[in-house]
Design a protein around this ligand. Sequence first.
Ligand code: DX5
Ligand code: ZN
Length: 220
Amino acid sequence: MPGKPTLIAPSILSADFADLKSALNLAETAGADWIHCDVMDGAFVPNITFGPFIVQAIARCTNLVIDTHLMIRDPDRYIEDFVKAGSHQVTVHQEACPHLHRTIQFIKGLGAKAGVSINPATPVSVLESILPDLDLVLLMSVNPGFGGQKFIPSSIGKIAKLDRMRREMNPGMLIAVDGGVTEENAAGLAAAGADSLVAGTAFFKASDPAAAARKIKGLE
Ligand code: DX5
Ligand code: ZN
């Protein structure tokens, strides 16, 4: 298998919230790299999930990198709470941040890695000016709001385009892909330039999550 394995970020959204400890244990023993925490506010996206309190509980039970995806309006109001709760990486939506540069500097100033996410209808070109400042870009390959949706195929072209942009402007930046990732499409996403794959359904609902993780990482 050429190249290094793709990182996998199981999305806690698809886990059993009555037993988060076991879900985190499962992710760790399955070789997960990050644990992806989907925060939704019922305004930026139609669904509501959880806030810093749950992230803090997650942080107490795992050594995985806590990768917090804020699908919320006006994220600046809550970023500090999520970093204090234990988030190592905080990703905000470009569509929710009128002063994105300020928001990114704010995240970094708190000692966390800073990411920007874009929705399927948002072109990667909007990231051109901010790219040199980013630790990661989270490309949405479904419309955010729910787990278990179907991968939007045009996302592949966006990964490849973003990969070209980062090679030129910020080679250390990571490309993560979120939504509809499966054991079947993972290799194509990695080939297009993805470094990290978020997997909710494909990990937590798999009959053998450890085997699913190995396949998604390109290890078998
Ligand atoms: C969607 C979330 C995703 C979601 C992925 O709004 O941002 O992280 O949990 O779930 P799957 O892998 O089931 O598409
Ligand atoms: Zn997400």
